[in-house]
Design a protein around this ligand. Structure first.
Ligand SMILES: [Zn+2]
Ligand SMILES: [Zn+2]
Length: 98
């Protein structure tokens, strides 16, 4: 018997709640109030595209704009925000370790 360590989806309601208290990643409004799940995280080969680990704090306006833009990576790039690095760092900060 082997234990299955695979967790295709990481769920952490507590983490999401803490995210909504953080400033918006794009404009700095505090609290942002919205947790947006990065859609392109899977590009990095992690296969956790809907995991709560890949959620970032945004405000309502920025979140709406992001979804209107349709291209998530370009949206963050043009604003000088590396959301994909940010999620890794913040997740580690919150949970102590990965
Ligand atoms: Zn904002
Ligand atoms: Zn969203």
């Amino acid at each position: 018997m082997t234990t299955n360590f695979k967790q295709p989806r990481l769920r952490s309601p507590k983490y999401l709640r803490s995210l909504r208290e953080l400033p918006c990643l794009v404009c700095g409004l505090t609290p942002g109030g919205v947790a947006h799940h990065l859609l392109r995280a899977e590009d990095r080969g992690v296969g956790l595209k809907t995991s709560d680990k890949y959620a970032v704090p945004l405000c309502n306006d920025c979140h709406t704009q992001l979804h209107m833009t349709g291209d998530e990576r370009r949206y963050f790039d043009t604003r000088g925000v590396d959301a994909y690095v940010w999620v890794q760092q913040n997740w580690r900060k919150f949970h102590g370790d990965d």
